[in-house]
Design a protein around this ligand. Sequence first.
Ligand SMILES: [Zn+2]
Length: 357
Amino acid sequence: MLDQLTGNERVKSLLRKMLQALRVPGAMLFTGEDGIGKKLFALEIAKALNCRAPQGLEGCGQCPACKRIDRFNYPQSDDSEDWKGIIWTDHPDVGMVVAPKRVLLVEQMRLIEREANYRPYEGKARVLLIDDADKLNDSSANALLKVLEEPPHTSHLMLLTSRPGMLLPTIHSRCQMIRFSPVSPQEIETHLLKNKIASGSEARIRARVARGSLGRAIESDFDDYIEERTAMLRVLQALAVSDDRIQLLTSAEEFNDARHKDDYEARLDVLEALIRDAWMLALHAPEESIVNEDLLPELRTISERLDGERPAGWISQIEELREQLLVNINRKSATDALFLTMAAAAPPLGRKRFVPR
Ligand SMILES: [Zn+2]
């Protein structure tokens, strides 16, 4: 049932309308961040179309058909040869292709076309997912166009991507686009608590640093996060409390150790979350609004040295760097520059401010 999925209420209501009108498009493009639920939503449609005991318009989630749709038979090996076929679920009408290496292959699209042209074996509709559709290159995209243009009415092709901009316009124009929005931190936290994935402050922190992605909140390594946060706290302390340039440059170096662009961006997220917390405290916001509540004493010390403008400036400098990252700047010099600009913005406020009681 769509109700059991977290977030994206607007998408749910759109899909319900399509089911109600018996007009689930033959070609759909699901776009939105990784880990946001695109695949789960696509599978819900597959269940709605093939359920043996539908609840209203939707799949029951309990009957054998629904249960089998939940189980993909992923290859056991990492050998890319084994990943070239369609990865079927336990249901013979629902399957998916993924890129065996960096691109989706022409032969995979031919398989999709062939399978889409068969009538359903068991259920009412064939549902074929193409994961990370941004990995289609010109040839494989072209190989898909014909079936995408006019799939048989019992077949539904669902392309999933976090980077819709990478797809050819000819793909876009043949698909009905379904846009997913980031899931709110509250929705993520509730999900983590309800499913006993995390509790207390861990759930709260995971939810708030997941950038709207439920998958990221679930899969992220919390110990790694805590380690990164300790490093970023040192940056903030050097900026706000000790005005220690040497510490800043050492931290910049550690910061650049991030092997992947994603890790690097995750570090920026962590730093930004700490700055926001200190800023909130400087503005006397209630403690419940603090993400890293277990660091309250440290954050308080930092906040006592901040006025409202400095953290605002830091956040906008970080945002600027993020934009530059999109065009592939040199990360190392960018980080050095960021930290030094942040330090230069204004010296820390003098020792503890006098607060009248
Ligand atoms: Zn069912």
